[in-house]
Design a protein around this ligand. Sequence first.
Ligand code: PRP
Length: 204
Amino acid sequence: MLTVALPKGRIADGTLEVFKAIYGDDFEFEDRKLILEKKGFKFLAVRNQDIPTYVSNGAADIGVVGLDVLEEHKSDVLRLLDLGFGKCRVCVGVKNEFTLDYDMPGIKVATKMPNITKEFFASKATPVTIIKLYGSIELAPLIGLADAIVDNVETGTTMKQNGLKVAETIMQSSAYLISNKNSFITKRAEILALTSKISAHLNS
Ligand code: PRP
């Protein structure tokens, strides 16, 4: 039995579609249930940011999570495969009329990704004050809580509809299949077989 941590939402849906295609059966969480057992897999419905915790602690053998989350959490897990879906960018955003000046002292940046933000501005030698938020990041510059944001951009619609623009792209992200390091030893054959099935399906 392989335990698979999936982030609730689009990435879980995309992953379960792949399992459906490979195993020719429906893989769907029932209503509010958080565990789904099927065909020798135990799927866990987990909050996106919690996936690295489940997998690095061995509560799940493998998992699917965005590269942005892996980079933010510096997770001690193995990256097995780029699944190619769940694509987005991590960007610095500012108000349309604002020009981001890396020499400006005391820039306030709102984000749910403080580590990525810290590293990016450190690479520019720009001191920043980070304001940690958990969502609706685009609101912060509009009401003067921050000068800039670091957030995910997928279609760009949220920024556009809120009068913001991308000032810089920090990284590209997509969903990755990851493994607990110990599980990759004890369940190596199972994990590798699944990885190659998923890879073959995605390339077909
Ligand atoms: C994410 C992200 C942006 C939005 C970007 O938010 O934080 O707000 O999607 O997508 P777009 O470029 O296609 O408009 P999410 O829906 O995950 O909610 P959040 O505010 O809780 O982070």
